[in-house]
Design a binder for this molecule. Structure first.
Ligand code: UD1
Length: 418
């Protein structure tokens, strides 16, 4: 298994270009199943989760061309399959989008119950509630989800929790339903808007994405189009945090600064300096950081996917800070690893209290999940001595060329391929 060896203590300096958003791409790829025609996606991140989803579509019979690493052309006209029971589909969390997309296209679907990062119970009851409201019958037995409908009919759906996945999934089915669907208490994340923009370009009629009420008027046909995936808010945030943690000075390019406001605000509160430009942001770390309190919230709140990297930064700050995780019930598993480096973090239920100004010392760490992996890498960048990060399969699912990008910023990092 591959591992990263990181020598800590080198400030990150220079420029880094951010890839397309993983969570947007994972919604856009299944959405191409709804087009009668060819779809070209650009700025597609070259990461494991995305490549796995492209592979799933290929196995379903889609014709796929990849003129370069970040451009993918899909022709799904020959796809006739509504059942996808392979191991890749089972392993991937985002494979749940096949339910919405295949219901929209064929009015029936059979897939395994989705896997993904182990960060607590991850029900899909809100997705199912939406599909049932649209007239589908949904059955879950022996780890298999079956959904089918004679026809999908628009409905008013109130979501009991704000869910990115359920919002996108219901949109995927509702664009091909008869009549109007109103989705209330919808998620407002940038990737929800990105999927809605893409669907509209394919001929759908979606209004209000980015607010908590989305109105979808069903259409009978959708066509191919060309589209550019938005930049990855979480990858950008990870490099912003790494820049501050290493007291570096980094220009982060190909981003939408508005998507990063909650992160910028917290970094400024800690004492970092931030300069925003049209599509880039410069982040400068300072000597004395202040402790802060963070609560993870749906967009535009502070993203749950960045609380782990942020915990490392809070270990560098003066005083006691807290992170309250309000989205997932079990997202502090990485704390054990940071404690082994000397971090002083006390977890109590959904809150972690972090005493700053403790020296982290390099050791062997296991990346317990994707974003925990990013936290381990940042911890390695600031720790005394050498840090070894294992279980890179998680990190590779979500970060494109992470070690090359860090090397370009002056980090001392090497991947050992075993
Ligand atoms: C997506 C992202 C993930 C991110 C998360 C929150 C993808 C592929 N993944 O995950 O990186 O951490 O958003 O921003 O885009 N819930 C229910 N019932 C449901 C659905 C969700 O109770 O039917 C709960 C979840 O358990 C969780 C909360 O709602 O507590 C938010 O989950 P959700 O937004 O759906 O996350 P995902 O779409 O799985």
């Amino acid at each position: 298994m591959d591992r990263l060896i990181i020598e800590g203590g080198h400030p990150l300096k220079g420029e880094v270009t951010i890839a397309g958003a993983k969570n947007a791409a994972l919604g856009l790829i299944p959405a191409v199943l709804l087009a009668e025609g060819v779809c070209k996606l650009e700025n597609v991140p070259n990461i494991k989760d995305v490549n796995r989803f492209i592979n799933i579509l290929s196995k379903m019979g889609a014709k796929i061309e990849r003129p370069n690493n970040n451009t993918v052309i899909f022709d799904t006209s020959s796809v006739a399959q509504y059942e996808m029971m392979d191991d890749e589909t089972r392993k991937m969390r985002a494979s749940y989008y096949l339910i919405g997309a295949l219901l929209g296209r064929f009015k029936k679907v059979v897939i395994p119950f989705p896997g993904g990062c182990n960060i607590g119970v991850r029900p899909i009851d809100q997705h199912i509630k939406g599909f049932e409201a649209l007239g589908a019958k949904v059955e879950i037995e022996h780890g298999i989800i079956k959904a089918y409908a004679d026809e999908l009919i628009g409905a008013s759906i109130y979501m009991d929790v704000v869910s990115v996945g359920a919002t996108i999934n219901i949109m995927l089915a509702a664009v091909r339903a008869k009549g109007v669907t109103i989705l209330e208490n919808a998620a407002k994340e940038p990737h929800v808007v990105d999927v809605a923009n893409f669907l509209n370009l394919m001929g759908a009629n979606i209004k209000g994405a980015g607010t908590d009420i989305i109105k979808i008027t069903g259409v009978s046909k959708m066509h191919g189009c060309e589209y550019m995936v938005i930049p990855d808010q979480i990858e950008a945030g990870t490099y912003m945090i790494a820049a501050v943690a290493t007291k570096g000075d980094v220009l982060i390019k190909n981003i939408i600064p508005k998507h990063l406001e909650s992160i910028s605000a917290k970094l400024i509160e800690m004492g970092a300096e931030i300069f925003e430009y049209d599509d880039s942001i410069r982040v400068i770390g300072k000597e004395n950081l202040r402790a802060i309190n963070i609560k993870t919230l749906p967009y535009p709140g502070f993203p749950t996917d960045l609380q782990q990297p942020m915990a490392v930064l809070m270990c560098m700050a003066q005083g006691l800070g807290t992170i309250t995780e309000s989205i997932f019930e079990n997202r502090f598993k990485y704390v054990d690893e940071l404690q082994r480096m000397g971090a002083e973090i006390l977890v109590n239920g959904r809150a972690a209290m972090i005493s700053g100004k403790k020296k982290l010392s390099g050791t062997k760490l296991s990346a317990t999940d994707l974003r925990a992996g990013a936290a381990m890498v940042i911890a390695g960048l600031v720790a005394d001595g050498k840090t070894e990060v294992t279980e890179l399969k998680h990190l590779d699912r979500g970060y494109e060329n992470m070690e090359q990008k860090l090397l370009g910023l002056g980090a001392k990092i090497v991947r050992i391929r075993d």
